[in-house]
Design a protein around this ligand. Structure first.
Ligand SMILES: NC(=O)CC[C@H](N)C(=O)O
Length: 384
């Protein structure tokens, strides 16, 4: 293995970690969070909800199965920087097309390995998510890195959804990945037309719509609700995405419009928070958020406990929600809100990730619920 250049991670609280660079030479700043998923590093790195976040993976062996094109949740790596315990070793997987270290370089990622990620995670849990700076390779100054970490403004109040969004509307027509062929499949003429707002959408969400017979049009974050209506959707989807939901007033206004029109409406993660705000609730920043693939959440209607994939740092405050909103799911880790449904409109949402990728599929039934809402709203053939 070639000798690796030194790297350093500085947190705004003054903590410093020394390790080695496993990505490109450079510097990066962002909010340092930890993700406890044991698999799915490529899906995590390519999830646009992580824009401006430096991700620490608590699972120590990252890179063992290399990387490939089909496991990406967007067109590129989106995280601001990566922190891992072990230097990646030679990889092995029948699906891999590129070594993980090569992938990090190809994707221009600043990454540090060889640090005590358990110590780091304890700091983040005890003090809360910290702003941080990674300096990898080149000239390293501890004092300058600390200063950068402390000067960075943080995520609160930041609208990043428009940054993560597509510039132009497009049609999505690929299914989820199939084991038999190691491919996805094309299918574009489904019975339901879903218009999906892209705030940084994960592709597996779009794939799961296609699996269920939907035709999907993805639209930019700032698309006006009236323009969406012209596309004659059977249902509208509000996607996951980075940053603070509160400043996304354009999306909150659009959601209010669809509620008024009684159009089936489904939100995931940032989309859930936007629906909560549109319904009259409030959101707030959590201490260190939820990022992992084994978080227990209770479905309050059935009583069932679901093991879920999570990635959020903001949450809907249940106490702020008006009476016409039903709380449908709650986190069994900290009691925070995980789902809601409107009683006066066919609209509902989930804070975690029913599309998994990575993670368990316990919450996949919410996609079927959205299909049922669209089914109920669709005139029978021959009638209008
Ligand atoms: N995955 C997401 O959509 C995250 C939503 C929001 N950016 C948060 O951190 O809470």
């Amino acid at each position: 293995m070639p000798s690796l250049k030194p790297a350093l991670l500085a947190l705004a609280d003054g903590s410093v970690f020394k390790g080695v660079s496993i990505g490109v030479t450079g510097q990066t700043v962002g909010e340092v969070v930890f993700n406890t998923a044991m698999t799915g590093y490529q899906e995590i790195l390519t999830d646009a909800s992580y824009l401006e976040q430096i991700v620490t993976l608590t699972y120590p062996h990252i890179g063992n199965v290399g990387s490939n094109d089909l496991d990406a949740e967007s067109g590129r790596v989106q995280i601001a920087g990566l922190v891992v315990r072990e230097v990646p070793r030679p990889h092995s997987s029948w699906r891999s097309t590129l070594d993980f270290s090569e992938y990090l370089k190809q994707q221009n990622v600043v990454a540090i390995a060889g640090i005590d990620t358990r110590r780091l995670t304890r700091i983040l849990r005890e003090k809360g998510a910290q702003n941080g700076c990674i300096v990898a390779g080149g000239r390293i100054s501890e004092a300058a890195a600390l200063k950068k970490a402390q000067a960075w403004g943080g995520l609160k109040g930041k609208d990043l959804a428009q940054l993560a969004s597509t510039d132009k509307a497009y049609v999505w027509d690929r299914s989820t990945w199939r084991l038999e062929t190691d491919e996805d499949a094309e299918s574009g003429d489904g019975r339901f037309h879903v218009v999906a707002y892209d705030f940084g959408v994960k592709t597996n969400i779009l794939r799961m719509f296609v699996d269920r017979g939907c035709r999907v049009t993805v639209v930019p974050a700032r698309t006006r609700a009236a323009d969406v209506m012209r596309r004659k959707p059977d249902g509208v989807f509000l996607s996951n995405g980075p940053g603070d939901p509160e400043p996304c007033d354009y999306a909150i206004d659009a959601a209010r419009y669809f509620i008024k029109k009684q159009l089936p409406l489904f939100g995931i993660c940032l989309g859930h928070q936007i629906l909560g705000l549109a319904a009259g609730g409030k959101t707030s920043k959590m201490k260190f958020g939820h990022h992992g693939a084994n978080h227990p959440v209770q479905d309050l209607e059935s009583g069932r406990v679901l093991i879920t994939s999570q990635n959020h740092g903001f949450a809907v405050d249940e106490a702020s929600l008006p009476d016409d909103v039903t709380i449908t799911h709650r986190s069994l880790f900290d009691g925070s809100n995980q789902g809601l449904a409107l009683s006066n409109a066919p609209a509902f949402s989930f804070q975690g990730h029913p599309e998994a990728s990575p993670g368990p599929h316990d919450v996949g039934y919410l996609f079927d619920r959205f299909i049922q809402l669209m089914e109920a709203g669709k005139p029978e053939p021959g009638k209008s």
